[in-house]
Design a protein around this ligand. Structure first.
Ligand code: FES
Length: 188
């Protein structure tokens, strides 16, 4: 099993882990996606140098690796925040103020050029319909769904996750803003 991403890990150690992955899969055809997934687990994202390294080791063009990386949304070429926030901009959410919510996140996190906050805690993106239109406006933080979210809830949500990041053991309860509801996405 491969270790989870570790920001403290030396680059040499990460490449050593990548070598293990490549050695495991290089003889099996069609394993590029699996290698890229595990490379992303190791490095946290897939920068150009990692793509080039993998292409060299598999003896395939870098363009082939890059084509796969850019095709699948699960791959990232930039560092990602500890928490991934996706604001739904589907029609039902949009008419309920989702764009203003997205803008509030971007202003509060001072996101001018990129999508990730300077402290590395948050990556904020927009997404299409999450299938929970009855809860509009909806956003997710990692796998968690927040429905009937309001622009005024943004500050409390960011505070909640900042507090969580500071909790070392990870098990203590964290105060919730309470002004919005969390729920599972509706079925198709
Ligand atoms: S439009 Fe946002 S969940 Fe459907």
């Amino acid at each position: 099993m491969i270790d989870l991403p570790d920001e403290e890990k030396e680059p040499g150690e990460k490449y050593r882990q990548l070598e293990e992955v490549i050695a495991r899969y290089e003889r099996e055809p069609g394993q590029l996606i699996r290698i890229l997934q595990q490379a992303q687990d190791i490095f946290g994202y897939l920068p150009e140098e990692v793509q080039t390294y993998i292409a060299g080791r598999l003896d395939i063009p870098v363009s082939e690796v890059n084509g796969v990386v850019t095709f699948y949304s699960l791959f990232h070429t930039e560092p990602q925040g500890k928490y991934k926030i996706n604001v739904c901009l589907g029609t039902a959410c949009y008419v309920q103020g989702a764009r203003e919510i997205l803008q509030e996140f971007r202003e509060r996190l001072d996101l001018k050029a990129g999508d990730t906050s300077a402290d590395g805690l948050f990556t904020v993106k927009s997404t299409r319909c999450l299938g929970a239109c009855g809860l509009a406006p909806v956003l997710t933080v990692d796998e968690k769904v927040f429905g009937q979210f309001k622009r005024r809830d943004v500050a409390a949500l960011l505070r909640k996750y900042r507090n969580r990041a500071e909790v070392k053991s990870g098990d203590q309860p964290v105060e919730r803003p309470g002004a919005y509801q969390e729920g599972a996405p509706a079925g198709p």
